[in-house]
Write a protein that binds this ligand. Structure first.
Ligand SMILES: *Cc1c(COP(=O)(O)O)cnc(C)c1O
Length: 375
């Protein structure tokens, strides 16, 4: 059995003809930069998200950087960020000479909460970056209430939760990434909506912030050769846009396949007392970018090695809290206290293979192996 963490080859084989034709069309048209494929993907993505402004860019890290640049933050302004996330979230804050304020997460959802956010606010807090980790939305309604009360910008890191629906207390639903002021996403190949190379996007429903992001992403210009701000050059490649436009049509089916695999894992592993299966929030769908277990008896690393031995790939997202990374130590205040939930998660989480092509035989082998380890 050849098990993969993410199986992009089989997925491609199912849409090969459509994708090949669309990519060839770009090559034959030679409209490589901001051509019709970029424009039509932008329109389709904007309709899918119900977002007024969509700004395609080069990758998810750029999207986060452009978002923070568009908010006119000043050096030393504080940006609250969870310590249990991919480095890109904090990296762009540091790069812009803003101050990352690293906070803990909820032990069950692994996400930032309104309570943790509010407790970290100081007079210098200007923005917060909630990360919808592993595919599930942060509880955004109370987070937005706190943010609005204190006049704080909310930039959602939606790299892992594209397509997730968040349900407000009045019953209405909205896509993650459109709940705060700016949403940022990545089209890295293994992400839920993955390109065949790098890609990213920002989105916003704000008529000032949206165009501002567009301007920053395009050398700070609205009119060609007239520059109103110092910007960056960050574009989505036309061939990637062509691939993404096709894959977007399949995104909801891809999500259903992931959710089905997750349900199989839940069913097979839910009764193993040493494990905690992913908590499902009532007010968010779970897009299962990752299927992440918590190993409660300290044997996580042993389980990882055992599975590897059996040819079952697995990953630790994330092994080190951001505040313990060498690059970020200088950003940590002297009175900083280690964050207990983040510490525990870095020691206890393990992610199993998760993609759109997992069949029952594979899932059965993986889960019986995991159960065998604890038996
Ligand atoms: C993937 C990812 C990013 C960065 O995306 P790139 O396209 O690789 O730059 C940022 N934040 C999170 C949470 C991610 O998972």
């Amino acid at each position: 059995m050849n098990i993969q963490m993410v199986d992009l080859k089989t997925q491609y084989s199912r849409i090969q003809q459509e994708v090949d034709e669309a990519v060839l069309e770009v090559i034959r048209s030679t409209a490589f930069i901001n051509g019709p494929k970029v424009q039509s993907f932008k329109a389709a993505f904007s309709a899918y998200l119900d977002a007024k402004h969509v700004i395609p860019c080069a990758n998810g890290t750029d999207a986060l950087q452009i978002a923070l640049m568009a908010l006119d933050l000043q050096p030393g302004d504080e940006v609250i960020v969870p310590a249990f996330t991919y480095v890109a979230t904090a990296e762009v804050i540091a790069l812009l000479r803003l101050t990352p304020v690293m906070v803990d997460v909820d032990p069950d959802t692994f996400n930032l909460t309104a309570e943790i956010f509010e407790a970290a606010i100081t007079p210098r807090t200007k923005a917060v970056v909630p990360v919808h980790l592993f595919g599930q939305s942060c509880d955004m309604e109370p987070i937005m209430q706190v943010a609005n009360k204190h006049g704080i910008w909310v930039v959602e890191d939606n790299a892992q939760a594209i397509g997730a629906d968040y349900t407000y207390s009045d019953g209405s639903t909205q896509k993650t990434g459109t709940l705060g002021h700016i949403g940022c996403t990545s089209f890295y190949p293994s992400k839920n909506l993955g390109a065949y190379g790098d890609g990213g996007a920002l989105y916003s429903n704000d008529d000032i912030i949206g165009p501002k992001c567009q301007m920053v992403a395009n050398h700070g210009q609205v009119k060609r050769y007239y520059h109103d701000a110092v910007g960056v050059n960050s574009r989505l490649d036309a061939m990637q846009a062509a691939v993404l436009e096709i894959k977007l049509r399949h995104l909801d089916n891809y999500a259903a396949a992931r959710q089905q695999a997750a349900a199989y894992y839940d069913e097979a592993l839910g009764s193993v007392s040493e494990l905690q299966v992913p908590t499902r929030q009532a007010n968010s769908s779970h897009e299962f970018h990752q299927y992440t277990l918590k190993v409660k008896n300290g044997r996580r690393d042993e389980l990882a090695a055992f599975l590897k031995e059996k040819g079952i790939p697995n990953m630790i997202y994330y092994p080190v809290p951001l505040y313990k990374q060498n690059a970020y130590k200088s950003f940590i205040p002297a009175d900083f206290v280690e964050l207990p939930v983040t510490e525990d998660l870095c020691e206890s989480v393990i992610s199993l293979p998760m993609h759109t092509e997992l069949d029952e035989a594979t899932l059965s082998f993986i889960t019986s192996s995991v159960r065998g380890f604890f038996a």
